[in-house]
Write a new protein. Sequence first.
Length: 79
Amino acid sequence: MKAMVITGNGGTEVFQMMERPEPAIAELDLLIKVHATSINPVDCKIRQMSRMPRTFPAILGYDVGGTVVARADISSKHS
């Protein structure tokens, strides 16, 4: 899958488009094919903070719009 990641802390220069493995679906997860996303002010602060422990490359952005393509059985009420 394609993902916009940050490769470290800093400004906009740390953004990079990368191929990432498709994540495994855990018990309560949904797998969403993202059509649109945003970077909100909290994401910008996280990108800039060097004191926050983070493994790089990291994917920011939790505000997404898309299509559910897979879900765990326990998540069956979501579609």
